[in-house]
Write a protein that binds this ligand. Structure first.
Ligand code: PLP
Length: 381
């Protein structure tokens, strides 16, 4: 099987598996326990957290400074940020192309009485910055919470976070950035993502699923969404998974160390893939082809086909890809991202997402492109 669904999740790097296995084999590890075994686990957890901070150029050892809250993944980090930043009734401003974990939260919050504003996207696939500006002007008198992703999970289009951050700062709004898709792929120091809170999700960069993090800038507070023990200064109670935190740290170190080389290689693979698809498929539309995109992401529409038939035929032929974000029901609803970009119906109906990773090879790309063109031409006829 050729795996081109790396925006959904990635294979764990062997050295991450080794680091997790070594940590698991040490025996019981509850870092909140007072005995020496617990204290030793806590030291290893602290070490993992500091290493994660180092990768982000954020010193997490300073009391009262920036913090990292460990969670179960991107969905929980996003929910924690949106529920807990600012005041309980702070207006919530999110872009129309956010992940379901942001949009569904916003919908539920609106139903519960909170003011929610959806900022439209441009046809180029970015948040409409002028519309964000207008919305922020309206809420100048109260602290709004803004949530914008750093790169879109379906199109890979990189969002203008600098501009968004500048607008938020001058409006006195708090900014949460869902950096799930860009961390580990694009530079991710705190200077690169000037936000109050950042979501990190290691299963997108060859780390483990089941753990994520919410980075908080110095002085930024979040109210807890869960209640229980006193772990993580009461912000997110629950026994901490030391082995997964060690895996997160290792995966991030590897991603940061390899970022330049991997990024260049993935752009070359993507160019090769897209030019093969364009040669072999008439009426192909590559979304954001001229935009700044994540190195390994291609979102393309195949006119004259529907995405479900393409996906099933590709799966049977040995190519794993997707029609947008992975959905728990296994169905493929039309992409809200392409709808927000104003794409024509045929393009929404026939959109497929391909995502490569540092484990993808030229052979994978060539074979997948041949297979896609063959299946497209067969289905179309
Ligand atoms: N945000 C974005 C942009 C994503 O792509 C995803 C996962 O696809 C998530 C959040 C949710 O992350 P998780 O699967 O770790 O809950």
């Amino acid at each position: 099987m050729i795996y081109l669904d790396n925006n959904a999740t990635t294979a764990m790097d062997p050295s991450v598996i080794t680091a997790i296995a070594q940590e698991l084999s040490r025996g019981p590890a509850n870092p909140s326990s007072q005995h020496s075994i617990g204290r030793a686990a806590n030291e290893r957890l602290d070490d993992a957290v500091l290493r994660i901070g180092k990768c982000l150029s954020s010193d997490l050892s300073v009391p009262g400074g920036a913090r990292l809250i460990l969670t179960s993944g991107g969905t929980e980090s996003n929910n924690l940020a949106l529920a807990g930043l600012g005041l309980p009734d702070s207006p919530l401003i999110v872009s129309a192309i956010e992940h379901a974990s942001v949009l569904a939260f916003a919908k539920a919050a609106e139903k519960a009485g909170r003011q929610v504003h959806l900022v439209p996207a441009t046809p180029a696939g970015t948040i409409n910055v002028a519309a964000l500006h207008e919305t922020l002007e309206r809420f100048h008198s109260c602290t709004a919470v803004v949530s914008v992703m750093s790169a879109n999970n379906e199109t890979g289009i990189v969002q203008p976070i600098d501009e968004v951050a500048r607008l938020c700062r001058s409006a006195g709004a708090l900014l949460h950035v869902d950096a799930t898709q860009s961390i580990g792929k694009l530079p991710a120091t705190i200077d690169d993502i000037p936000a109050d809170a950042i979501t990190i999700t290691p299963h997108k960069f060859h780390g483990p699923a089941g753990i994520g993090a919410l980075w908080l800038a110095s002085g930024v507070k979040v109210r807890p969404s869960l209640f229980g023990g006193e772990q993580q200064l009461l912000t997110r109670p629950g026994t901490l998974p030391v082995a997964l935190a060690v895996g997160l740290a290792r995966a991030l170190e590897l991603a940061v160390d390899n970022m330049l080389v991997t990024g260049q290689r993935l752009v070359e693979l993507r160019n090769r893939f897209e030019s093969k698809l364009s040669d072999g498929c008439n009426d192909l539309l590559i979304h954001g082809a001229n935009e700044n995109r994540l190195p390994g992401t291609t979102c393309a529409s195949f006119r004259g086909t529907d995405r479900q038939s393409m996906l099933m035929a590709l799966d049977m032929a040995g190519v794993a890809c997707s029609s947008g974000s992975a959905c728990s029901s296994g169905s493929s609803p039309p992409s809200h991202v392409l709808i927000a970009m104003g794409c024509p119906t045929w393009a929404i109906q026939s959109a497929i997402r391909f995502g490569s990773s540092r484990f993808s090879t030229i052979d994978d790309i060539d074979q997948a492109a041949d297979c896609i063109c063959r299946i497209y031409n067969r289905l179309r006829s």
